[in-house]
Design a binder for this molecule. Structure first.
Ligand code: PLP
Length: 365
C-alpha cells in the first residue's frame, strides 16, 4: 500500500484497465455463472454494506434471507425447509456433509458415497472433514450406477449424495432410487442441485429430485448460477431445520448468541439481489428463461451435428457435450474428464451468440 492515495478517476481508470482484460460473456460458453440480472445488480448496490453475520444489526436484510430460503424451500416442495445463504455450492456441500458427520458421532473411519460425477467440492469436503470418499462408477448416460452405490455403503457410511444437474454433462441421478437406499440404510442423503436446482423445476415434466422424494435430507442450489444473482450466492436447505443446530458455535459478542454458518461475516447484497430476481420473474419468468436456454441448447446441438460433431449424450438440461473436435479461436469452451467438448448454454448464451459461434465453426470445417 502506498503512503498517499490516488485520485478517484485514477483508481477507476486503473481498475477499468484490468476489467478490460477479462473475457466477454458473449464468448464464454463454458461457465455455470452468467451476467447477473439487472435488478440483482441495482439491489446489490443498495445492500452493499449489510452483513448477515450479525443479524441483529440488519434485521431487514435478515428477513430477506429468510424469505429467499422460504421461496427456495417452496420451489423444492418443502416450504418448512430450514436454510441459509452460502457462498455457493462448495460451501453448501461442505456444510451438508458436516451435518451428516455430526449426526453420526462415534464412527471411527467415516465415509461418504458419492457419484463419480460429483463436483470437486466433495474432494475438498472429505479432505477437510477427514472422510473417505467412495466414488461410485457411472451407469447409463453418465448418471450414477445405483446398484453399485447400494453395494458401496457400509456401517461406516455417514451420507450418500446424488447430483441433480451434473457439472460436466448436466444429467440427473436417479434421486428416488438413492432416496430408497438412504432410507433402507438410515443414511443422510444430500442432493447437489447447485446448478440444476434453478433449472429442473422449470423444465416440462421434470424428474423428481427435491424434498418431494422421500429420504432427501438436504439440497444445495445456487442463485448465482441459473438464478442470475450477483456472485456469491448459494443456498443450503435442510428438510429438518433443527439439524443446523449440530453446527452451532457460541458467538459471545454478536447480536445473536449462536451461529451455524461457515463464514462469520456474510454478504447481504447478493442475497437481496437473488430474492429480487425471484420476486421479479416468478416461476413464469424462470420457465421462460429456462425454455430459452433449452431452445438455444437444441439449436447448438443441431448446428454442431450438421458439421459432424457427435453429441455425447442427449441433454436433459442446458449443457451440451460432443465428441472431441476443434473449436474456433476466441471462444471459451471446456472439456469433460472424458475429453468431450462441453458447452453450458446460460442465459447470456443467446440465440445470436449461438449463431455467431456456429458461423465461426463453419469457417474451420
Ligand atoms: N455442485 C455442482 C453440481 C456444481 O456444478 C458446482 C459448480 O459448478 C458446485 C457444486 C460448486 O459451486 P461453487 O463454485 O458455487 O462453489
Amino acid at each position: 500500500m502506498e503512503e498517499k492515495g490516488c485520485k478517484r478517476e485514477e483508481v477507476i481508470s486503473l481498475l477499468s484497465g484490468y476489467r478490460s482484460e477479462d473475457l466477454h460473456h458473449d464468448h464464454i460458453l463454458s461457465s455455470m455463472c452468467t451476467i447477473p440480472h439487472e435488478i440483482a445488480v441495482s439491489v446489490h448496490e443498495m445492500f452493499s454494506g449489510t452483513n448477515l453475520g450479525d443479524p441483529g444489526l440488519f434485521p431487514g436484510t435478515t428477513q430477506i434471507e429468510d424469505r429467499l430460503v422460504h421461496s427456495l424451500g417452496e420451489l423444492m416442495h418443502h416450504p418448512k425447509a430450514g436454510g441459509y445463504a452460502t457462498s455457493g455450492g462448495t460451501e453448501s456441500n461442505l456444510q451438508a456433509i458436516r451435518i451428516a458427520k455430526k449426526l453420526k458421532p462415534g464412527i471411527i473411519n467415516p465415509n461418504i458415497v458419492v457419484p463419480a460425477s460429483a463436483h470437486f467440492s466433495f474432494d475438498k469436503t472429505c479432505d477437510m472433514l477427514g472422510l473417505e470418499m467412495r466414488t461410485v462408477p457411472y451407469g447409463k448416460n453418465y448418471t450414477v450406477d445405483c446398484d453399485k452405490m447400494a453395494e458401496m455403503t457400509d456401517k461406516n457410511t455417514i451420507a450418500v449424495a446424488g447430483i441433480a444437474g451434473t457439472t460436466e454433462y448436466g444429467m440427473i441421478d436417479d434421486i428416488e432410487r438413492i432416496g430408497r437406499i438412504a432410507l433402507e440404510n438410515d443414511l443422510f442423503f444430500h442432493v447437489d442441485a447447485a446448478f440444476g436446482g434453478m433449472v429442473i423445476p422449470f423444465l416440462p415434466n421434470p424428474a423428481p429430485f427435491d424434498f418431494e422424494v422421500p429420504g432427501v435430507s438436504s439440497i444445495s442450489l445456487d442463485p448465482h448460477k441459473m438464478g442470475m444473482s450477483t456472485i456469491p450466492c448459494g443456498c443450503l436447505l435442510l428438510r429438518e431445520p433443527e439439524q443446523f443446530g449440530t453446527l452451532n458455535v457460541d458467538t459471545p459478542y454478536l447480536t445473536v448468541k449462536k451461529e451455524c454458518t461457515l463464514a462469520g461475516t456474510r454478504p447481504g447484497a447478493d442475497v437481496a439481489g437473488a430474492y429480487a430476481v425471484i420476486k421479479l420473474l416468478g416461476r413464469e419468468g424462470f420457465r421462460s428463461v429456462v425454455a430459452g436456454c433449452m431452445e438455444n441448447t437444441r439449436r447448438l446441438i443441431e448446428g454442431m451435428e450438421a458439421f459432424g460433431y457427435v453429441r455425447a449424450v442427449d441433454p436433459v438440461m442446458n449443457v451440451a457435450t460432443f465428441g472431441d473436435g476443434s473449436v474456433p479461436k476466441g471462444w471459451v469452451v471446456s472439456h469433460t474428464r472424458f475429453g468431450h467438448l462441453r458447452f453450458v448454454v446460460m442465459p447470456h448464451v443467446t440465440r445470436d451468440v449461438v449463431e455467431n459461434f456456429l458461423a465461426d465453426v463453419a469457417k474451420i470445417n
